[in-house]
Structure formats: structure tokens, C-alpha cells
Unconditional design. Structure first.
Length: 156
């Protein structure tokens, strides 16, 4: 049985001073386009990038039955390079050289679980490209607009 390919475009954005963030994912399940998005408070840019990927993969897992292959398009080095860091992170039990848990350990562990249990390919895309991939641009505009609107509400 052939895997059903699920294409996912993700982005995250954060107003670092106010710690207001947004994440979004555009998921293509066959010929169906689904937009997932949310706002988060007390967050960081890297958390938003990872939550977008995790939520999109989880959505794909519950939405389609049978074998799946995920193609995740992200402009986040942090996300895209997790596959090359995962063995070292696991070996060190997600502890830094200073003896503390790595930042975002909850999300890093969840993403690694997904990577190890699913067929996931990460594709690095250039950020904020006006003439780049139209779907990547769409998800980028969406998260930045969400953050701007929430910051304006906040009086920032």
C-alpha cells in the first residue's frame, strides 16, 4: 500500500518583548486544504515554529487513515535541523552542559517522537520571500498578521 503524501507548510511568529506569538500550518490532505492556526501568550519564536509543525502532523494523523508520508516545509533552522540533532539530544537526555533541561524540551521530545514514528521529510524554505513559494508566503503573512492584531489589542 502506497503512503498518502501530506504536504505541510508551517510558520511561527512572536513579538519578543510582549511574548505574544502565533503559529499556523497549511495542510494539504489530498486535494483538501486545511488551515490550522492559533495564538499563544508567554511564548517564544522557536516554540511557535515547533507547535505549528507538531499540530499539523497530529492533524494529518487523525484526518487520514492508512500509511502517510509527510513533507514539512519550514523556514525554521531550529525545526528543520532537529533530525540531525535528535540522537545527541536523546543521548544527553535533553540536558544541557549546565545540567538543565534544554529549552522547549516538551516540544522537542514530542517532535522527535513524531519523527521516529512517522515518515517525515523536512524541506527548508527561505523566509519572507515575496517571490518565493506562494503557500509559504501565505502562511508567513497569516502568522505575522495574527501577531500584529493581538499586539494592537494589547496596546503595543
Amino acid at each position: 500500500m502506497e503512503n498518502t503524501q501530506i504536504k505541510i507548510y508551517t510558520d511561527g511568529s512572536c513579538h519578543t518583548q510582549l511574548e505574544i506569538g502565533a503559529w499556523a500550518a497549511i495542510v494539504f490532505l489530498g486535494d483538501k486544504k486545511v488551515v490550522l492556526k492559533d495564538l499563544e501568550l508567554n511564548t517564544t519564536h522557536n516554540r511557535m515554529e515547533m507547535i505549528a509543525v507538531i499540530r499539523a502532523i497530529e492533524h494529518g494523523l487523525v484526518s487520514l487513515q492508512g500509511p502517510k508520508a509527510f513533507a514539512v516545509y519550514s523556514d525554521s533552522q531550529y525545526v528543520v535541523n532537529i533530525t540531525s540533532r535528535k540522537e545527541r539530544l536523546k543521548k544527553n537526555k535533553f540536558i544541557t552542559s549546565k545540567g538543565t533541561l534544554i529549552q522547549n524540551s516538551d516540544l522537542v521530545m514530542r517532535l522527535i517522537d513524531l519523527i521516529e514514528s512517522q515518515d517525515i521529510e523536512f524541506i527548508k524554505v527561505k523566509a519572507h520571500q515575496k517571490n518565493g513559494d506562494a503557500i509559504n508566503r501565505e502562511v508567513d503573512i497569516l502568522v505575522r498578521q495574527m501577531v500584529r492584531e493581538k499586539v494592537a489589542e494589547h496596546g503595543g
